[in-house]
Structures are given as C-alpha cells and as structure tokens.
Design a protein around this ligand. Structure first.
Ligand SMILES: Cc1cc2nc3c(=O)[nH]c(=O)nc-3n(C[C@H](O)[C@H](O)[C@H](O)COP(=O)(O)OP(=O)(O)OC[C@H]3O[C@@H](n4cnc5c(N)ncnc54)[C@H](O)[C@@H]3O)c2cc1C
Length: 382
C-alpha cells in the first residue's frame, strides 16, 4: 500500500487541511494522529463557554469516528507522536514506526507555565483545548472567585466570559495595560474600563509568586505584597509553539517551526501550519492565517504547488462589554498613531509617513469602521 499523507494534530489546522485536501484528492490514504480525544471543535469558543453556559460536550461539533468517515481518513486518537525520522520518511509512536508520503505538523502551541511556590499549584488551570476546558468547568462548579493570570487577549476574554457566567474576577499581570503587544494604550484603557464596569479587579504590575490553600479556598501572594483570595486560578500567560520534536529531527526552528511560503519546512516532504508554524517569518496564533495555509497546502499536496498569501488579518476580540477589533501594524514597520473618540469608543489608527494605513485598534462604536479600514490595510504576505 502507498504510504499515507500523515497529519499530526486534529485542531483547526489539522482538520481544515484534511477537509481542503479531500476536496481535491479523494484517493490518497490519509492518516490523522492526535494526542487528544480527536473531537472536532472551534477553539475560539472556549472563551465564550461560560457566558453561553456550554459544557465541553456542547462545544464539540463531531466525534473522531464521524470525522474519519467524513474525511475518508484514519484518525488515531490519544496517540502521541514521539519522534520524526525525515531520512527514512517515517515517524515514531513509541516503538512503532509509521511511514509517510508527506508529513504535516499541525501540532499547535502549548501553554507557557511558570513555577509558582506554595501547595496549590494544582489549582492553576491552563485552558488551551477542549479537555482543559472540561477539567476547568468541573473544578469551577459551585465555586465563585477566579484569579486570572495574564492580561493578553485570552486573559481578557476569559475575564469577560467568566463574569457573564457569574464569577468574581481578579486579574493579575506584570504589565502596565491590557494586551500590551496588540493594543494602543487608549484602546487598552477602553477595554480595561469595560471589564472593570462588570466587576473585574485589575492588578497590573505584580506577578503571582505563591499560591497556598487556605480554608476552603486559595491565598494568592503577589510580588508587591498583596494577598488575594480566590477559589481557582486560570493561567493565560501565553502560548509557545511546539517545536521540540521538529528540532530533534533537525528541522529549522525560529519562533515556531520555520516554513516557506509553500508551508514546507527545511526538509522536503515535511510541512507545517497553524499555531506551531512560522510562515515566512510570521507566527500568527489565529484562525484566519491557518485557514489560508490549509487551502494553499492542500493544493500543494494534491500536486499543484501553491504559495500561501495573507491579506490583512484583523482580530475580533471577544470582550462583548467593550467590542474590540485590532490589526496591529506589521512587525518592524514605522508609523505614527492618531487617536479619535473617547471613553469606550476609540479609533486608534497607525499610518506611515505617506499617510498609508498600517494598523488600527477600534473599540465600542468605532468597530463599525472596520470594513472600510480593512480595505486600506496592507497585506501581511502579498
Ligand atoms: C481560549 C482561546 C480563544 C481563542 N480565540 C480566538 C479567536 O477569537 N479568533 C482567532 O482567530 N483565534 C483565536 N484563538 C486562537 C486559535 O484558536 C488557534 O490559533 C487555533 O485554534 C490553533 O489551531 P491548531 O490546529 O494550530 O492547534 P491546536 O488546536 O492546539 O491543535 C494541536 C493538535 O496537535 C495535537 N498534538 C500536539 N502534540 C502532539 C503529538 N506529539 N502527537 C500527536 N498529536 C499532538 C493536539 O492533541 C491537537 O490535536 C483562541 C485560542 C484560545 C486558546
């Protein structure tokens, strides 16, 4: 039998690539391997589940068996790839060797963990997949007070969502504003004020240094001496592309697994997309880029080499208390910001010396302008 096209990972990158590939090629054997339970779900929904009162099962869109049938593929669940052998075009699952025709890395990014002193480290929950979400929901049942670590996009989304679900929120992060790498300070202030109006208590500046059990709850010690009381901690301090197995196999690594515009790694027949991939210098941990990659790579795998293109990639942040759309200026670009509006309705625009729009952050009523502004944004990968 011919060696299959093998995709490692059944997140949005893996399943969407398989779907796009099957539109073009119904014959080539296809094998998907995943360390998790293989259910198909939309990860962005994880930070809207409490507001909508959805259990993990309610967020799952299809079981792996149904996905296998739909994709005419084999889906191996709870199976962790442990090594790649590019010289022999095979991968390892423990002692088992699995040959491939082409191998696609769609194995995502892992949550950054920081060591915290104290006896309650097990009460810190990362939420980066459906199984994490199920664990957190079970632990949060009947509890009231959640401490969120991290003021990035995901930390802010969880703050909004958990408050809609009836929880009290303290948010701790060692930065001066929310979403510091994404947002102009005026837009950040609008989002912070929105979340505060719902009840979030922000503690921007200090770090969590120690977490201890105290009575029925937890005692969180911050580096500025504050002590906060909570029942659970959500960690949203960042994601790091998974690169270890690729590095061990000798593939080029940057911020993620380095790929060219054809999504090919430094080794022929091995490709990468999604959160783990650094595409022509860009490691974008969002859905829109991976959908573009899935369509282009499917063409390449089906015999028509196709480079990926990225248009503008604005991100809609799910903080309904203060609607927010952001398109940060391309890395390394030089621009000047102007800010219009006030309070919740901020329109912050970044332009170059010739007046060309490079990026924006829109909050509140100003998000209405996004469609017109998107037309003026430069493509990220032309
Ligand atoms: C809470 C949250 C909200 C978000 N909201 C938005 C949003 O609103 N808009 C947006 O654009 N983006 C959002 N994102 C980002 C977006 O969801 C991700 O960019 C996208 O889902 C990544 O998909 P992926 O398939 O690359 O990775 P993942 O979904 O992480 O999938 C990785 C897969 O690889 C498997 N795997 C890993 N290692 C191995 C191994 N060694 N062997 C076998 N299998 C392995 C895993 O089991 C999993 O199946 C959000 C992310 C989070 C966490």
């Amino acid at each position: 039998m011919n060696a299959p096209v093998v995709i490692i990972g059944t997140g949005l990158a893996g399943y969407n690539l398989a779907r796009e590939f099957r539109k073009l090629d119904g014959e080539t054997p296809l094998l998907l391997i995943t360390a998790d339970d293989g259910r198909s779900y939309s990860k962005p929904m994880l930070s809207t589940g409490f507001g909508k009162n959805k259990e993990a099962d309610g967020l799952s869109m299809a079981e792996p068996g149904a996905m296998a049938e739909q994709l005419r593929a084999e889906v191996r669940t709870h199976t962790r790839v442990s090594g790649i052998d590019p010289g022999h075009k095979r991968l390892w699952i423990g002692e088992e060797a699995v040959p491939y025709r082409d191998l696609i890395l769609a194995w995502g990014a892992e949550t950054v963990r920081v060591p915290v002193a104290g006896d309650a480290a097990d009460a810190i929950f990362p939420i980066n997949d459906l199984e994490d979400y199920a664990r957190f929901r079970a632990a949060a049942a009947g509890k009231k007070r959640v401490l969120i670590l991290g003021a990035g996009l995901i930390g802010c989304e969880f703050a909004n969502d958990l408050m809609l679900g009836g929880y009290e929120i303290d948010l701790v992060a060692p930065c001066e504003q929310v979403m510091p790498t994404l947002l102009h300070p005026a837009a950040a202030a609008a989002v912070q004020a929105g979340l505060e109006s719902l009840g979030t208590r922000f503690h921007l500046g200090p770090l969590l240094t120690r977490l201890d059990r105290a009575g029925n709850g937890l005692e969180a010690h911050l580096s500025d001496g504050q002590v906060l009381h909570c029942d659970l901690v959500v960690s949203a301090i960042g994601l790091r592309p998974r690169t270890d197995l690729a590095a061990a196999a000798g593939l080029e690594i940057g911020r993620g697994v380095v790929v060219d515009r054809h999504l090919q790694t430094s080794h022929a027949n091995i490709y990468a997309l999604g959160d783990c991939a650094e595409v022509d210098g860009l490691n974008l941990l969002y859905v829109m880029p991976l959908m573009n990659c899935a369509r282009a790579l499917a063409q390449t795998l089906a015999g028509t080499p196709t480079p990926v293109k990225y248009g503008p990639m604005p991100v809609t942040v799910k903080t309904p208390v203060c609607p927010l759309v952001v398109s940060p200026p391309p890395k390394g670009s030089e621009g000047v910001w102007t800010v219009e509006g006030e309070a919740a309705d901020i329109k912050a625009l970044c332009r170059d010396n010739d007046g060309n729009l490079l990026g924006y952050a829109l909050t509140g009523a100003a998000v209405m302008d996004k469609l017109a502004l998107n037309k003026a944004l430069p493509p990220l990968l032309a």
